[in-house]
Design a binder for this molecule. Structure first.
Ligand SMILES: O=C(O)C[C@H](O)C(=O)O
Ligand code: SF4
Length: 513
């Protein structure tokens, strides 16, 4: 098995950097469905571009390279102890090479292990089979979409869609509610895996396993096939759209699995996966561990159509209001912005996420944040031989986590623009209005696209928080984002949420009797 570790390393790199062909085809089909020139269509073009860039740069599609989860099938007698050790070494090496972000954090102290190894990470499952070869499958599912997973215990009363009983129609209601509650926060348009039955633990596992199915397979259980078809036909009526901007395409795939349950329990578990649906697998010979084939057709077979998008984007931009913001930004300029405007930021940008927000509540900031642009982002960074840092992947993180702090921090330090994804709540909206600030939505997962805007790393504070949580000071050029919350009390997120709840209500009537 002298090649096993190298094969696993290659699998990690492929999974993190090259979205498989079935996922690419689905994203391309979504682009066709979306109304041209809308925010959602533009975002899908950026996503397509980003997929292409990640493959070319052999760098992470999204900066959140998720919880590496391996499912291994091996013949009786294969040495699982050695395989496990080599998988861990391959993970550490891929992290060192910036193919994975340092994503393993001590839950109590917040300390980052720096190599993606730690209690419970990576996740490795073994199963024996009758075949002579070894199959290693890997999914890299990020934290933002993982946070949108949801588990229902039937019967239940669900917001908008009403009573969900212990039957197929109740399951239907849970699934539609799960899609609604994710809004754009899990980087829609997404894929969902559903597990019916099991217990709380095995139900979620079953749901996650559905994400290993091919996008275009057909469920062999007739009732579940019908359920999947129903969900695919109706999810898009919710109007959530790409990144929750509103639009025609909200869901890209739905796979449902079933297991037995206890008489007293009836769980419906939903695993939500963002468009950055990174899963791949390899079949290895059991003697040397060399790759014989890939489980999913590789992305290289389906190039993303770039020229066409560039033209579309350019035509659309001509009609849109596009405003250049140079940091530090004035209050007057911020107050002139409206929801829907596209802004392009130049100058200094500072990153900050959970650890920094908590810290800033009762400490001072190490740099002047008056008029600043604060980016909710935990990048993948690399340090060269001269000790200089480089941004390898840097898309936004889900902003709503900072809701308890954001309003106070904006006012305390004079921040003018907060950049992230998924939107923020009422408290932040009020602070934006009072102080004169905007919330800008960047395209979640477009980590290569944004990394290119960071021309130089000017310094870093709080590196002790770990690379993703540190405060990076980045010289920025041409960072485009959309105003989704303005200083006049308008929030696109609140609007889309309200409209989609109304649409969900329309799906209340029983379908499966
Ligand atoms: O952790 C991140 O960088 C992003 C996260 O996956 C998210 O979607 O919020
Ligand atoms: S940022 Fe978006 S694309 Fe990236 S892992 Fe999180 S949910 Fe997925």
């Amino acid at each position: 098995m002298q090649h096993f570790q190298k094969s696993v390393y290659d699998l990690i790199v492929e999974t993190s950097t090259n979205l498989p062909a079935d996922v690419r085809r689905t994203i391309q089909a979504a682009k066709e469905l979306e109304d041209q020139g809308t925010r959602s269509a533009l975002s899908l073009s950026t996503i397509a571009n980003n997929i292409h860039m990640a493959e070319t740069n052999v760098s992470p599609i999204c900066q959140d390279t998720g919880m590496p989860t391996f499912i291994i099938h091996c013949p009786v007698g294969a040495n699982q102890i050695i395989m496990k050790k080599q998988i861990r070494e391959a993970v550490a090496q891929a992290t060192k090479d910036s193919k994975l972000r340092t994503n393993s954090v001590d839950s109590l102290t917040g300390a980052n292990t720096g190599d993606n190894l730690g209690p419970g990470t990576p996740v490795i499952h073994f199963e024996q089979w009758e075949r002579d070869d070894i199959e290693v499958k890997l999914i890299l599912k990020g934290g933002g979409c993982e946070n949108k997973n949801i588990q229902y215990s039937l019967p239940a009363e669900l917001e908008g869609i009403g009573k969900a009983g212990r039957d197929l129609d109740g399951i239907r209601k849970c699934i539609m509610h799960a899609i609604y509650q994710a809004q754009g926060q899990g980087c829609s348009a997404g894929f969902i895996g559903v597990g019916i039955g099991g217990d709380r633990t095995s139900g979620y596992e079953l749901a996650k396993h559905q994400l290993f199915r091919h996008v275009d397979d057909v469920n062999p259980i007739d009732e579940l096939r019908k359920l999947e078809e129903y969900v695919m036909a109706h999810a898009n009526t919710l109007g959530i759209g790409t990144m929750g901007f509103g639009g025609q395409v909200t869901l890209l795939g739905c796979k449902v699995g079933v297991a037995n349950r206890l008489p007293a329990s009836f769980f419906v578990s939903v695993a939500y996966n963002c468009w950055a649906y990174r899963r791949q697998g390899v079949v290895l010979d059991a003697v040397e561990g060399k790759i014989q084939s890939w489980v999913y057709e590789t992305g290289t077979a389906v190039p993303m159509e770039l020229e066409e998008e560039a033209a579309e984007g350019a035509a659309d931009q001509a009609e849109r209001r596009e405003i250049i913001l140079n940091t530090p930004i004035s209050e007057e300029q911020i107050r002139s912005l409206r929801v829907g405007d596209i802004v392009v930021i130049n100058g200094m940008m500072h990153t900050g996420r959970d650890a920094l927000h908590k810290y800033l509540m009762d400490h001072d900031t190490p740099v002047d944040l008056n008029g600043a642009a604060l980016y909710h982002c935990g990048p993948v960074m690399s340090k060269d031989e001269n000790g200089e840092w480089h941004v390898k992947a840097a898309g936004p993180t889900t902003s709503i986590r900072e809701e308890p702090y954001q309003g106070d921090i904006i006012k305390k330090f004079g921040i003018r623009a907060v950049i992230g994804k998924g939107g923020m709540g009422a408290k932040t909206l009020k602070a934006l209005q009072e102080h004169g600030g905007v919330y800008l939505n960047a395209i979640g997962g477009a980590a290569q696209y944004y990394a290119k805007c960071f021309k130089k790393v000017d310094g870093v504070d709080f590196i002790e928080f770990g690379v993703p949580e540190a405060m990076w000071h980045l010289q920025t050029e041409g960072f485009a984002a959309i105003v989704t919350m303005d200083a006049h009390g308008n929030s696109l997120h609140a609007e889309v949420e309200k409209d989609s709840l109304q649409k969900l209500t329309e799906l209340k009537e029983p379908v499966f009797k």
